[in-house]
Design a protein around this ligand. Structure first.
Ligand SMILES: N[C@H](CCC[C@H](N)C(=O)O)C(=O)O
Length: 275
């Protein structure tokens, strides 16, 4: 069958976006891996699927697949692109869009200068991340092949580990990222953020993503980094998060409050592919 899609990105974190409201298709994990391949397929970090909601109070269901074919709970950069996609494709005329995801319901707000997403309240209890630990802490000691690292652990619906580094440009993203991604204390694997605190309102961040490797930006990673930094008393409520692909504005008023993420979206091309 011929499947229409739109190629989009949020700060270089790139997506294949598919409307399965007005199209019908079944996409299997093997196909996701083939489509994600940057030589043999379309090439993307994540596949984003638009479906009708199962919850009548929601406008859409938003499904996310990593390049390795794994279906995951949340994708922040993807959420902004999702909002732009459903509005531009006239699947909705709303500018405040409520979507259900595996990681919980989120609200997307189309604005003149981008999209602001209510990413929901972060989960901090170890069992909700999930992360194996005796109790909730601002930071944990993680043993990796004989070395010990201090790490924050936060769920934005999807799991994140956050390490503080002096200089992101020299952070061990390629060597340490995969080891922590697959660490036994993260039963569902984990996204790994390397954060350099520039000031109380500014950080630099690189993220080794679960199921995709290092990406140019990670929206949930930016949210998790600010949450971890605030819990450690290092950051104020509003933080500019500088990622290799650009900057996100993250706001978190504190425990029990939602994380707000604001940033741009971009459409690259329209395509169609035989499945
Ligand atoms: N790799 C992530 C999903 C995509 C998250 C990222 N692209 C974002 O913008 O939040 C995971 O396995 O949980």
């Amino acid at each position: 069958m011929l499947l229409k899609f739109t190629k989009m990105h949020g700060l270089g974190n790139d997506f294949m976006v598919v409307d399965l409201v007005s199209q019908r298709a079944k996409i299997f994990p093997d196909q996701v891996r083939e489509l994600a391949d940057r030589n043999f397929g379309i090439g993307f970090d994540q596949l984003l699927i638009v479906e009708p909601p199962t919850d009548p109070d929601m406008d859409f269901k938003y499904r996310i697949f990593n390049a390795d074919g794994s279906e995951v709970e949340q994708c922040g950069n993807g959420a902004r692109c999702f909002a732009r996609f459903v509005y531009d494709k006239r699947l909705t005329s709303k500018k405040t869009i409520n979507v259900e995801t595996r990681g919980g319901n989120i609200q997307l707000n189309l604005t003149d200068d981008g999209v602001t997403v209510d990413m929901g309240v972060p989960h901090l209890l170890p069992e909700s991340i999930p992360f194996i630990a005796d109790q909730q802490q601002e930071k944990y000691l993680l043993e990796v092949e004989g070395d010990a690292f201090s790490i924050g652990a936060v769920s934005m619906g999807n799991p994140h580990g956050v390490l503080l580094v002096d200089d992101v440009d020299n952070a061990p993203v390629d060597s340490l990222g995969p080891k922590i991604e697959n660490h036994e204390r993260f039963p569902n694997r984990v996204n790994v953020g390397f954060m350099q605190v520039v000031s109380r309102n500014e950080v630099r961040l690189r993220v080794h993503e679960r199921g995709a490797g290092e990406t140019l930006a990670c929206g949930t990673g930016a949210c998790a980094a600010v949450v971890a930094g605030r819990l450690q008393g290092l950051l104020d409520e509003v933080v500019d998060v500088h990622l290799p692909g650009g900057t996100l504005k993250i706001q978190w008023a504190g425990e029990g409050k939602p994380v707000m993420m604001t940033g741009p979206t971009a459409r690259v091309f329209e395509g169609q592919i035989y499945l």
